[in-house]
Design a binder for this molecule. Structure first.
Ligand code: SF4
Length: 759
């Protein structure tokens, strides 16, 4: 039975429940005829010669590369980067090339698993699994109230599934609390944009990488984290100046015109000091400021104080005055200056204000809304933007707010719901949900496609918290994650390539994900699991219209009408497929222009705010600022080093749940945890490259192989985040506005070890 052929809701409930469970057997879709010779497939053995190809989007990072999947008898046998997709132009990184491989793994979840009385996970059938899910959560709600259960969503599933999950849990099942793992990566950027620009609206398009004459990267290492975006920078023919602000000499910093190796967490001071210099020198776009911003006088007074004067600020940032002055002069001299940031800014206890300090620089210099400009947050996960727009976690769909009655009513009307089904209060955030588990307010948790026990800050404590739950459901592709190990019930999910839907990438482009492989065993698309759960829970009729991902895409269009992210002009999936994805916004006029443009780049790759009108009611962007604060856990005699964390290599993805399944990818990154140590710090403990060292914080310790390099400054060490042990060390502290964890600053010490480095 295909997903499109959903059972009519008038049939008896038991039959509907049974049918809902069978919806996994969907067809492989969207095949196109192969153009012989176009895709260079001569190396495939004759038995594997594909007979057709189809185009899909990658499911790892937020770049959203187009991939051409080669099909034989309708099933994928290989892939290559799509040559004319406007994002990647024929390029892909190793993760994209290996996207099919990681689906083939012995630890795929193939059947529901239920923990028995002896504490062992045992295979069970879907009917038992779904009944257990509903009974256990409903019992908790009946006994302890609706706030005793919660869910944790993800940036890894299609937008339609995210919306279904959030709507099902909150409007169907009566959950009050649900957050997403995008809290760990993009909450800061989303909050910063919303406060400053009036809507969570990254303004750029990837063409801006090629059209800037100055690119300023703050806390971003696209060479490793977003390699195809970096390839777009390399296509820039304007001989751009590339400035990198980062405590480490990253791969991107090594390519930069100017690298400012700042003291960890001095970025806010640096950015205010640059604003100080620009304003004092008269290097601002006064006309733009007057016409399109508010709060300039207050901002100028704030950054005009002596603490942001070059001589004071340079010392605080560990820079020279001339380095600061050179940065300000380069920004001034650039006609097209673009500012880019990612986790070095977002994952900070003052990340929102740092992101807004970047936005302020773009605003006061008039570098927004024009080619090659912008205050541009690069997203992390493949569908973090989908989560920000549609997941019903931190906000109602399309930026509406739970606490505003008008927004609740509008959402209820658009979804055909009783408004009383929509909570009138905001959900607890991720850290607050775990706090509530710790103190017994939350007793049941449903985690979908994320690995909390590995990725959450101070992970040892997170694992203790998960162990307190009376009922933990993990819905995932793999049974081997650290979080699945704690589950009472595992729901086996299909992965990328085994289902359909849309992802929204960093430049706001909806890309179409297609089903090109069958999920193993009884694993179901998350969409099918949500449909089945709606029926078993007894709220199936509320979601009678939610029959397929494309049906939900039509609901998403309705929710977006008249909003900043309006997509009402995108007729259906076929249009997304034909036009190589479409950026939001896209109303009917834009859609018509896209159809007529013959793929003209200026309409295929659109940026926001060309008219200088922002999404606040007065049309102006706000210049927001605050006082910089010191790191809460500073180096001291006992713990003398600052621990930095970040991405390790292009072949690793987050907790390595998927990338560890590819032998090719495993060969491209170190199998054991390593720590970068400055030569002067290595001498102190007498280690050289390859020696085992213990890295220890106040919360935990790990053993890693020493890698001695001056890329990391003296007094700092760097650990790649992909190894499970790393978050044993990190300090749980959060940005006060975004509640995003600050992963990149805590105090540690080193000592030699005889143990093997951890994997
Ligand atoms: Fe996939 Fe990102 Fe690599 Fe592109 S850059 S192939 S989207 S992981």
């Amino acid at each position: 039975m295909s997903l499109d052929a959903a059972p009519p809701i008038s049939r008896p409930l038991t039959q509907r429940m049974a049918d809902a469970v069978r919806t996994f057997d969907g067809p492989l879709t969207h095949e196109l005829v192969l153009t012989p010779g176009k895709f260079g497939l001569g190396r495939l053995p004759a038995t594997l010669q594909p007979t057709s190809v189809t185009q899909t989007v990658c499911g790892f990072c937020s770049t959203g590369c187009g991939l051409t999947v080669h099909l034989r008898d309708g099933e994928a046998v290989g892939l290559s980067p799509a040559t004319d997709y406007p994002v990647n132009l024929g390029m892909a990184c190793p993760k994209g090339w290996e996207a099919l491989t990681v689906l083939q793994s012995d630890d795929r979840a193939t059947t529901p698993l239920l923990r028995d009385a002896a504490g062992k996970l045992q295979p069970t059938d879907w009917d038992t699994a779904l009944r257990t899910f509903c009974e256990r959560f409903q019992n908790l709600q009946a006994k302890h109230g609706p706030e005793s259960v919660a869910f944790l969503s993800t940036g890894q599933i299609p937008t339609e599934e995210m919306l279904f999950l959030g709507a099902l849990a909150k409007f169907g099942m009566g959950f009050v609390h649900g957050d997403s793992n995008t809290r760990q990566c993009m909450a800061t950027a989303a909050t910063a944009y919303k406060q400053s620009l009036g809507f969570d609206a990254p303004p750029f398009t990837y063409a801006d990488f090629e059209q800037s004459d100055v690119l300023v990267f703050v806390g971003a290492n696209p060479c490793v984290a977003h390699p195809i975006m970096w390839e777009r920078v390399l296509r820039n023919k304007r001989s751009p100046k590339i400035i990198v602000v980062d405590p480490r000499r990253t791969e991107t910093a090594a390519c930069a015109t100017q690298h400012l190796a700042i003291q960890p967490k001095s970025d806010l001071t640096l950015l205010y000091a640059v604003a100080h210099l620009l304003i004092q020198s008269g290097w601002i776009d006064a006309e733009f400021v007057a016409a399109h911003t508010s709060g300039f006088d207050e901002f100028a007074a704030h950054v005009g104080r002596p603490q942001f004067a070059p001589e004071t600020a340079a010392a605080a940032c560990g820079l020279t005055i001339s380095e600061l002055e050179e940065l300000a002069a380069t920004i001034h001299q650039g006609e097209r200056v673009s500012f880019w940031w990612t986790m070095g800014v977002n994952q900070s206890y003052e990340g929102v204000r740092a992101a807004q300090a970047i936005i302020n620089l773009a605003l006061i210099t008039g570098n927004i809304g024009r080619p090659g400009t912008g205050a541009n947050s690069i997203t992390g996960q493949c569908n973090a933007m989908g989560s920000r727009m549609f997941s019903c976690t931190a906000s109602l769909p399309c930026g509406r707010e739970y606490t505003k009655e008008a927004d609740r009513r509008e959402t209820a009307d658009l979804l055909g719901l009783d408004v009383n089904r929509i909570p009138a209060a905001n959900s607890l955030c991720y850290d607050e949900i775990l706090d509530a588990v710790r103190d017994g307010r939350i007793r049941g948790l449903w985690i979908i496609a994320t690995n909390t026990a590995h990725s959450w800050i101070n992970s040892a404590e997170a694992r203790e918290v998960l162990a307190k739950l009376e009922f933990l459901v993990v819905q995932d592709m793999y049974v081997s994650t650290e979080t699945a190990a704690a589950a009472h019930l595992i729901l086996p999910a299909a992965g990328w390539g085994e289902k359909e839907g849309t992802f929204i990438n960093s430049e706001r482009r909806f890309g179409l994900l297609k089903k090109v492989a069958r999920a193993p065993g009884q694993a179901l698309a998350d969409f099918a699991i949500f449909r089945a759960l709606a029926e078993y829970w007894g709220c199936g009729e509320t979601f009678a219209e939610w029959t397929s991902p494309e049906a939900v895409f039509q609901i998403m269009k309705r929710l977006s009408a008249g909003r900043t992210n309006d997509i009402t002009g995108i007729a259906d999936y076929a249009v997304l497929d034909r036009l190589d994805g479409i950026q939001w916004p896209c109303d009917a006029a834009t859609a018509a222009a896209l159809e007529q443009s013959q793929r003209a780049d200026e309409i295929r790759e659109r940026r926001l705010f060309a008219d200088g009108r922002f999404a606040h009611a007065d049309g102006r962007a706000k210049l927001l600022f605050d006082e910089p604060r010191p790191m809460p856990e500073r180096p001291c005699g006992e713990y003398p080093l600052v621990l930095l964390t970040g991405r390790g290599s292009v072949s690793q993805w987050h907790t390595q749940t998927r990338t560890s399944k590819s032998a090719v990818l495993r060969k491209l990154y170190p199998g054991r945890c390593y720590v970068e140590i400055h030569p002067a710090d290595a001498v102190v403990i007498g280690v050289t490259t390859g020696d085992a060292v213990v890295v220890e914080s106040r919360r935990g310790a790990l053993t890693a192989a020493a890698f001695i390099t001056s890329a990391v400054g003296r007094g700092r060490v760097f650990l790649p985040m992909h190894y499970a042990a790393v978050n044993r060390l990190t300090l749980p502290h959060f940005d006060p506005y975004s509640r995003q964890p600050s992963y990149k600053d805590c105090a540690v010490r080193l000592r030699r070890s005889k143990e093997q480095p951890e994997t």
